[in-house]
Ligand binder design. Structure first.
Ligand code: ATP
Ligand code: MG
Length: 321
């Protein structure tokens, strides 16, 4: 993939063991996902609920253990790394979580929450430096420094997510993985928080993976997009190309399902006509075949690999486009 990638994921597989009605099953949450994030870009990851977006993000920051694959940060492999090298990479790749209510410990002050990564890594030289850093970071996310002494229950959803962002930028990382950072928020504050993230991205020169199930939101903020379906990336391209000329049948369905200003003009895509197969028992061929208008016999047996399609680093995993 691209030579200037700051983060590269190759063939990532993650499974979970779960119990259902007394029996053990394996859920293949991520099934061979590959993507690359270029220095300074915002790459959107889009796909419907349960396709594995959060699991990819959690794998990158080390919160889940992948079964196999590679995740490299500036050319250094993260899976299996340890010691100072891993610590340094972890500080450079941070995550803003999907649910601002669940992601803050109710018993810790906001100041402690914001300083956590720095505390764990011995980043602050003195108490004075630590409080100055907390104040500056709270100010950077639009909160008064006095919030440092408060507790999460005293905060609104929007304020909590500002804290969630503050936690991810002290000390300043190179990459932020934003996992649906505004979807749990009231519509009235969604735009404010999104704007804050975009301002910080510019000021701090962050590269960003922006996870969302909403191609409309991704279209506003990311220059490239990776489309995920059942644990795999099925298309990756410039956002404009994806919106104007989606290639993969699943991407076409997603684009068609973007709400249009005039509801009578809304096209119902294939995505609304079927359910994805169970993650417990994946089909042998293309996971989208059962819902796909283009599916041929080959699609039922042969998993399509992501391959270059046209210029601009575009790639698609489909036998029929
Ligand atoms: N810790 C876990 N234990 C068991 N199963 C899990 C765990 N985490 C995720 N899964 C399963 O893995 C699959 C992918 O989940 P994931 O949260 O990554 O999806 P997602 O794309 O982020 O969905 P959403 O848009 O709803 O946030 C789902 O079937 C989910 O139930
Ligand atoms: Mg998720």
């Amino acid at each position: 993939m691209s030579g200037d990638a700051i983060l590269e994921i190759r063939d990532l597989k993650v499974s979970f063991r779960v119990r259902r009605a007394g029996r053990k099953y394996q859920v293949q949450a991520v099934d061979g996902a590959s993507l690359s994030l270029a220095e300074g870009e915002v790459l959107g990851i889009v796909g419907e609920s349960g396709c594995g977006k959060t699991t990819v993000g959690r794998s990158i920051v080390g919160l889940v253990q992948p079964d196999s694959g590679a995740i490299s940060f500036r050319g250094g492999e993260m899976i299996g790394a340890g010691g100072t090298k891993l610590r340094e990479m972890r500080l450079n790749v941070r995550m803003v979580f999907q649910d601002p209510y669940a992601s803050l410990n109710p018993r810790r002050t906001i100041g402690d929450a914001v300083a956590e990564a720095g505390d764990i890594n011995g980043f602050f030289k003195s108490r004075a430096e630590r409080s100055a850093a907390i104040s500056a970071t709270l100010t950077a996310v639009g909160l008064d420094p006095s919030f440092a002494a408060r507790y999460p229950y005293e905060l609104s959803g929007g304020q909590r997510q500002r804290v969630g962002i503050a936690r991810a930028i002290l000390p300043t990382p190179s990459i932020v993985i934003a996992d649906e950072p505004v979807s749990a928020l009231d519509v009235s504050v969604q735009a404010q928080v999104l704007n804050l993230m975009m301002d910080l991205r510019e000021e701090l020169r962050l590269s960003m993976l922006f996870i969302s199930h909403d191609l409309g939101v991704i279209g506003q903020i990311s220059s490239r997009v990776a489309v995920m379906y059942m644990g795999r990336i099925v298309e990756q391209a410039a956002t404009r190309a994806v919106l104007d000329q989606p290639l993969h049948p699943y991407t076409r369905a997603l684009v068609a399902a973007i709400p249009k200003p005039d509801p009578t003009k809304r096209i119902l895509g294939a995505i609304e006509t079927g359910e994805p197969p169970s993650l417990f028992k994946r089909p042998p061929g293309c996971a989208y075949a059962a819902r796909c208008p283009l599916a041929s016999d080959r699609c039922l047996v042969d998993v399509p690999q992501l391959r270059p399609a046209g210029t601009d680093g575009r790639a698609v995993a489909c036998h029929n486009v």
